[in-house]
Write a protein that binds this ligand. Structure first.
Ligand SMILES: Cc1cc2nc3c(=O)[nH]c(=O)nc-3n(C[C@H](O)[C@H](O)[C@H](O)COP(=O)(O)O)c2cc1C
Length: 411
């Protein structure tokens, strides 16, 4: 049994203990800002920047209690967004080669350091210079720990998984393909990025081509900028994990052709339609997408209110146990009542519990969100569940990583 899994387990007793008052005025800031004196490009200045712009962007802003409430193209547990995105750009006509931060709030690329013969390549296991874009996704754990305590480590990596897939979707939309890099010393990269104890590299990927020239080390590490207005990160295991682990393998790419409007309109379903159910074609599309996930993930499908197939628990189209488990499963998912009207619950598990498997699960879930957006049905990630009870329900020793709910969206 993974110590981290046990330490971050959710039980009914914990939920009761922790459902206390939360002072939202103490929420750490959601967005990292580099100093204003740095050079920056607006995303709309160059068509190619859209690859970055459509991978992470604010898609809704409301005022709640007099405070702006931003939602992004990526979902996030509690809408806390403990994620940042960086890109090294080299050899793109009319663009200064350098290492940039995406300032999501301003929709700008901020040049942190210009590069020439030097760059990040030696720190991510590349020997030759990469003409194209090199992406680094980091997590800022305190933004989630502030609300979710120990369990937040899971949410950080699930959120990063969503971000990896969102980037993959944007790359596909712009006809590029993503390659994941994982064979490098992560602590050195963290240091060179100017991260200290509040922010950690989680995933490195790129598109582009290699030139013959080799790249020299950066003259100095990037400047340190605090990713939130304050931090009281406490949980040491998070820091240990965050220092070492990185996304290891390619994530599954969504099969559907995603359009820009689908990226911009994505929302989590908050209410499912009680009377209508998904039709056979919609159900089939979801099950096919779920069945595309592969090692290290295993995906169980629980059909709830379906009129077309037998309700029950399925694994790769095989019925494991038949029955209507709507009430039972909803209570295992911390009794989140809106799930009573969902049609399908998907449960991602794996033999190993790690940052990598959590990120893979987040990415797979993002693909289901994207599919839902193109077909106009509802989808929501569910990170709150009683781990050992769900394991018992599925009769599995695998670790429960992430749950998703899909169904007809209430209009
Ligand atoms: C890792 C993760 C866990 C989540 N867990 C839950 C959950 O347990 N219950 C729920 O209703 N929504 C859950 N959500 C959905 C978030 O509440 C939602 O993404 C957030 O409020 C932002 O809204 P949006 O997705 O519409 O942008 C989760 C999302 C993520 C990414």
């Amino acid at each position: 049994m993974s110590v981290l899994y046990e330490e971050t387990n959710l039980t009914p007793l914990q939920v009761a203990r922790e459902s206390g008052y939360l002072d939202w005025s103490s929420q750490p800031s959601l967005f990292k800002h580099y100093p204003d004196f740095l050079f920056r490009y607006k995303i709309e200045e160059n068509e190619l920047f859209n690859v970055i712009g459509f991978s992470r962007v604010i898609t809704s802003t409301k005022l709640i209690g007099g405070k702006p409430y931003h939602q992004l193209n990526t979902p996030s547990a509690g809408n806390l967004h403990p994620v940042e995105l960086y890109v090294q750009i080299r050899g793109i006509k009319g663009v200064l080669s350098g290492i940039y931060h995406l300032d999501v709030q301003k929709n700008e690329l901020v040049l942190i350091q210009e590069i020439d013969k030097n760059g990040l390549e030696p720190y991510v296991g590349l020997e030759k210079s990469l003409y194209g874009m090199l992406f680094i996704i980091s997590t800022v754990p305190f933004r989630a720990e502030w609300k979710y305590g120990k369990r937040s480590v899971r949410y950080c990596y699930l959120d990063v998984g969503h971000q990896v897939s969102a980037l993959n979707v944007s790359l596909k939309l712009h006809q590029y393909s993503m390659t994941i890099l994982s064979d490098f010393d992560k602590s050195v990269l963290n240091e060179m990025m100017g991260f200290t104890t509040q922010e950690f590299v989680c995933s490195v990927s790129y598109f582009g081509e290699f030139k013959k020239s080799t790249v020299t080390a950066l003259k100095q590490k990037l400047m340190y900028v605090s990713p939130s207005n304050y931090s009281e990160l406490q949980y040491n295991n998070v820091k240990e994990l965050a220092k070492k682990e990185v996304l290891k393998s390619l994530v599954t790419q969504v099969s559907e052709n995603i359009k820009k409007k689908n990226i911009l309109s994505r929302r989590s379903a908050r209410v499912f339609e009680g009377k209508e159910v998904l039709n056979a074609a919609e159900l089939d599309a979801i099950i096919q997408e779920i069945n595309r996930v592969h090692y290290p993930l295993v995906a169980h499908v629980v059909l709830l209110n379906d009129a077309h197939l037998h309700p029950g628990v399925y694994l790769q189209n095989r019925l494991l146990k038949e029955g209507d488990f709507t009430q039972e499963l909803t209570s295992l998912l911390v009794d989140q009542k809106f799930l009573l009207n969902a049609d399908i619950i998907v449960i991602f598990t794996a033999k190993y519990f790690s940052a990598n498997t959590l990120m893979q699960a987040g990415a797979a879930m993002h693909n289901l969100y994207m599919l839902s957006e193109t077909r106009q049905f509802g989808c929501s990630g569910i990170g709150a569940f009683y781990d050992s009870k769900v394991q018992k329900f599925l009769q599995t020793d695998n670790y429960i990583l992430y749950v998703g709910a899909l169904g007809v969206k209430k209009k």
